[in-house]
Design a protein around this ligand. Structure first.
Ligand code: ASP
Length: 664
């Protein structure tokens, strides 16, 4: 690569590469961008010049400029060039209808080669088969692809819509700290060690939850922030260690008012991709979602629904399965093959539901493996309980023995997965459906069978329903929270709650969670103090900006709408982060100790010093600490002291180590 490069000088672009049309004919223009393709027809060389707006064909004709043609011979894909020339209308047979600028081309009079480029590891094209790993390693090239440009520009417009909409409704954008202490979402924290306070750590916020509540206490009335949140979780397919929330909180909230604000926001956001959103969104209680759809984020866009049914008492003697079981009618699938049914059974088993059966409603006598044990009338009754019609298949799902509530939760989850599996098989998920739904009335607590204690299903600052307050101590399982999730096409795109604003209730909730007064103070003391100074009723929500944008852009992975995402194993392929650091940085942060040994001049034994950090240059502003040789009695200054330290001495004859000072 040794092309002579030109300088841009004071040349100014007159147009972008996607702008020129017939009406620009005969104008002299100056375009600049990347060479997308170069076609050398011997006499003529064509360059497709690309920028974020599109492409324009440039003609390098030696009859117009021999210099331009000579330079064009050297040019390769992804070189950065500037072109001055005249716009001409293409001859009828040479119009390119694929290109927005396809009716014109620019006859180059001047060609500036502004920069050369190595051959890129993959072609810069909208559709690519390149592995995601390579794309992420060269993300700056991947970002030049039209698809990434469209996705991130859409995201920018979405952020603008969010800001405008929330601004109109009186919400203030306020930044909250990234270096803080543990927040209540309950995932693992990313920690930042403090150099000035060894042994202490900041935590990166899992969300601004407590800060937004403090802003309500601080009188801001309505807050929002498009904000990064950090959770050190084992990454499931579509998670990122840092992700973006549209975080919202309001004082004196009414759920309906908040829902309306969010629904109108969704309407405006989806209008960006020409989708009409129907308001108001339906609401569904969590319990109903679990029964009918086996999910706390139900996709209700297709009509497969489970129902909990119980077998009659005499049937139970013949079939060993815990009650209730779940039944679902699959319209028109009585022709399901043996192997299809076997596969469904395998799937459900792997999901933890170990009892599976079915009824084929073919004619007057339904066919089912259960007929032998239960008899035809009982099987027919089961089919009727889900209103099965001739031609339908009824699936039955259960667990053989239910030792705990967990088992039924597993059954629900399995039923939900199976439902989605069937919807995919039967192609019931129609593209272009936008199924928004609010899930409400979540249980306040989940019982953790392993730890034998209750945990907050949302977070511990979520308010119980007012009518359930008395049950807090007597029947925590029955308490419902004032929490809600926004679900779109079976994905949770937001979640929030009306919060606890009273100390007494907060204390009672902590008690159910098994948090002692001290533990609660230790974790959230600053917040509990604030609650005592006139906290208004408040509540809010956080929406998943990444997921919403992915859905809007028609992408299945949120990585496609994040400029520099990490892989599923939390690695930044481009910067190669996380990375090692200099040992010195670790010393400074008090994260490692250094050992130093040597013989003791006084007695001929040995010293070992353990230092937290290395004192560097300068002089001590205080008397340096000393240790005394336990054999000869001479003092030795601990020269490299700055931070914690320790010292050991080995006796010259017994060779026994004596700890003179424990590292502390
Ligand atoms: N902070 C919560 C979360 O990130 C959302 C909320 O309650 O507003 O899940």
């Amino acid at each position: 690569m040794n092309v002579k490069l030109d300088l841009l000088g004071d040349r100014q672009r007159t147009h972008y590469c996607g702008e020129l049309r017939k009406e620009h004919a005969r104008q002299t223009v100056f375009l600049a961008g990347w060479v997308d393709v170069r076609r050398d027809l011997g006499n003529l060389i064509f360059l497709d010049l690309r920028d974020h707006t599109g492409r324009t064909q440039i003609v390098c004709n030696p009859a117009i400029s021999a210099e331009v043609h000579d330079k064009a011979e050297e040019i390769r894909a992804e070189y950065v060039v500037g072109v001055e020339g005249e716009v001409v209308v293409r001859a009828p047979g040479t119009v390119n209808p694929q290109l927005a600028t396809g009716e014109v081309e620019v006859m180059a009079r001047t060609l500036l080669v502004l920069n050369e480029a190595k051959t890129p590891p993959f072609p810069i094209e909208d559709e690519t088969k390149t592995s995601e790993e390579t794309r992420l390693r060269y993300r700056y090239l991947d970002l030049r692809r039209g698809r990434m440009q469209r996705n991130l520009r859409l995201r920018h417009r979405a952020s603008e819509v969010v800001r405008a909409h929330l601004g109109e409704h009186g919400f203030q954008e306020i930044e909250t700290p990234f270096m803080t202490r543990s927040t209540p979402e309950g995932a693992r924290d990313y920690l930042v060690p403090s150099r000035l306070h060894h042994g202490r750590f900041y935590a990166l916020p899992q969300s601004p939850q407590l800060f937004k509540q403090l802003l309500m206490i601080g009188g801001f009335d309505r807050y929002y922030q498009i904000v990064r949140c950090f959770r050190d979780e084992d990454l499931r397919a579509d998670r990122q260690p840092e992700f973006t929330q549209i975080d919202i909180e309001m004082a004196f909230p009414q759920r309906d008012v908040l829902f309306d604000i969010i629904e109108r926001l969704m309407e405006k956001l989806f209008a960006l991709v020409d989708v009409t959103v129907e308001r108001p969104f339906p609401r569904m209680a969590y319990d109903e979602g679990m029964e009918k759809y086996g999910s706390d984020k139900p996709h209700t866009g297709f009509s497969l629904e489970w129902k909990r049914v119980s077998l009659a008492a005499d049937a139970l003697e013949k079939v060993r399965v815990a009650q209730p079981i779940k039944a679902m009618r699959v319209p028109g699938w009585s022709g399901a093959s043996r192997s299809q049914l076997d596969k469904l059974q395998e799937t459900t088993k792997s999901l933890g539901a170990d009892w599976f059966s079915y009824i084929k409603v073919t004619g007057p006598a339904p066919q089912s493996p259960l007929t032998k044990a239960l008899g035809e009338p009982a099987v027919a009754a089961l089919a009727t309980s889900v209103e099965a019609q001739p031609g339908d298949l009824v699936l039955l799902l259960g667990i053989k023995s239910a030792s705990s509530r967990d088992a039924f939760r597993m059954l629900d989850n399995a039923s939900g997965e199976l439902r989605l599996d069937i919807a995919r098989k039967l192609e019931l998920l129609e593209p272009g459906t936008w199924n928004f739904i609010w899930v409400v009335d979540f249980p306040m607590f989940e019982y953790d069978e392993k730890e034998k204690r209750f945990a907050a299903m949302h977070h511990p600052f979520t308010s119980p329903r007012e009518e359930d307050l008395e049950k807090l101590e007597t029947d925590p399982r029955a308490v419902k929270a004032r929490a809600y999730d926004l679900v779109l096409n079976g994905s949770e795109i937001g979640g929030g709650s009306i919060r606890i604003h009273r100390q007494d209730i907060q204390r009672r909730v902590f008690k159910v969670l098994g948090l002692s007064e001290e533990q609660a103070r230790e974790r959230f003391g600053f917040f509990l103090n604030a609650l005592e100074y006139g906290t208004p009723p408040h509540g809010g929500i956080a929406l998943g900006h990444d997921r919403i944008n992915a859905l809007m852009a028609g992408e299945s992975s949120i990585r496609e709408v994040i400029a520099f995402p990490k892989t599923a194993s939390a690695i930044d392929m481009m910067c190669d982060a996380p990375a090692g650091v200099e040992r010195e940085q670790l010393f400074e942060l008090g994260l490692v100790h250094e050992y130093e040994g040597g013989s003791c001049e006084e007695c001929g034994g040995q010293w070992v010093f353990e230092y937290e950090t290395i004192a560097r240059g300068g002089s001590f502003s205080f008397a340096p600490p000393e240790v005394t040789c336990p054999v000869g009695g001479q003092r030795r200054v601990v020269l490299r002291y700055s931070g914690r330290w320790g010292a050991k001495h080995m006796h010259p004859t017994t060779r026994q180590w004596e700890v003179l000072r424990q590292f502390s």
